[in-house]
Ligand binder design. Structure first.
Ligand code: BDR
Ligand code: CA
Length: 332
């Protein structure tokens, strides 16, 4: 029987890839998608989730969620995900006002599904709000896969902090201490899941005559320009796709239990995680079989346009980047 899963997301380019992957994994049954501020505003995130769902063939309900973090101002990542949240893709549907119903939807879905799996691909505002409204759902929930945090690699938002947890550190902190079965998928492992530049260029070529290939090429090449400009990396890291792959098959990673806390400071450490004896318990993905994950992504999402093995060089490129980043950190 497939695992019932609720996906909380802020699409977002890698969120879009993650949704498309989830749609194609027979071991997952998407029961609902909730949206959250993060990579873009809630109106665009929700509109984009609907667009990706229609492309990917997802017919689960899509429920708009929080438009801002628990206590801080929203800070959409337009330089990373583009003006509309999907890179160079300009959806024909305008983004419209949305009413937040995500926390209620999460509560209802948890009550309606025994040990529901949740996968959070954006800031944790919706999940924190749901638990705060209905603390009893904590016991009823299944595992919660969370793309967030950075332990030993550079952050995406500051040198120490990953974007999702930087966006709403109070929500991450609340979730960390809510006695949940947390499966954290930090940047340390997601950074290895790279779509190489060559594959994006091949998609763009295919996109000259195929609308869906053009959609992915337009989204991914924007993300790749960001990586090129800020990180000198040829390709793009599809962090969120890994959280979905691991929700479907946790054995693709090696996991370690630890206690973590989240910095609530206003400085560069905002949203940073560190091991701490007083922290909340979590099971954290420490290593990942990146080649298998990339092969899965290639077969399930991009096989119509890319020859087999097209994504394989992504992991090697990402590993070189990570090694160089580690050397730089050691020299500082
Ligand atoms: C995370 O932040 C966003 O840019 C991505 O969608 C991903 O969820 C990576 O730091
Ligand atoms: Ca995301």
């Amino acid at each position: 029987m497939p695992t019932s899963i609720l996906i909380d997301t802020d699409p977002g380019i890698d969120d879009a890839v993650a949704l498309a992957l989830a749609a194609k994994l027979a071991t997952l049954k998407i029961v609902a998608i909730t949206t959250v501020h993060g990579n873009t505003d809630i109106e665009r995130a929700t509109r984009n989730a609907r667009l990706v769902a229609s492309i990917a063939g997802i017919d689960a309900p899509i429920i708009p969620g929080a438009s801002s973090p628990l206590v801080r101002e929203p800070r959409p990542a337009r330089e990373t995900h583009g003006p509309e949240g999907l890179g160079h893709v300009i959806p024909s549907q305008p983004a419209e006002h949305e009413i937040d119903g995500a926390a209620e939807a999460i509560i209802a879905q948890v009550r309606g599904h025994h040990k529901l799996t949740i996968c959070c691909l954006g800031p944790l505002t919706n999940l924190a709000t749901a638990i705060a409204f209905a603390p009893d759902i904590a016991d009823a929930l299944g595992p919660i896969f969370i793309m967030g945090g950075a332990l030993g690699v550079p952050g995406t938002q500051t040198p120490t902090s990953e974007f999702n947890w930087w966006s709403d550190p109070e929500a991450s902190d609340f979730v960390m201490h809510a006695n949940l079965d947390l499966r954290i998928v930090p940047l340390d492992v997601t950074r290895r899941i790279a779509v190489p530049g060559n594959a994006i260029r091949a998609l763009a070529k295919a996109g000259e005559s195929d609308q869906q290939a053009r959609f992915w090429a337009d989204a991914l090449r924007f993300y790749a320009s960001f990586h090129e400009e800020y990180e000198h990396f040829d390709g793009c890291i599809v962090n969120d796709a890994l959280a979905i792959a691991l929700a479907a098959n946790p054995s693709l990673a090696k996991w370690e239990e630890m206690r973590l806390d989240v910095s609530l400071s206003d400085d560069e450490r905002r949203g940073a995680v560190r091991r701490s004896a007083a922290g909340g318990y979590a099971t954290v993905a420490m290593t990942v079989q990146a080649h298998q994950v990339l092969a899965l992504l290639e077969q399930r999402v991009f096989a119509r346009w890319l020859p087999p093995g097209s994504l394989a060089e992504g992991a090697a490129g990402a590993d070189r980047w990570l090694a160089a980043a580690a050397l730089r950190a050691a020299a500082e």
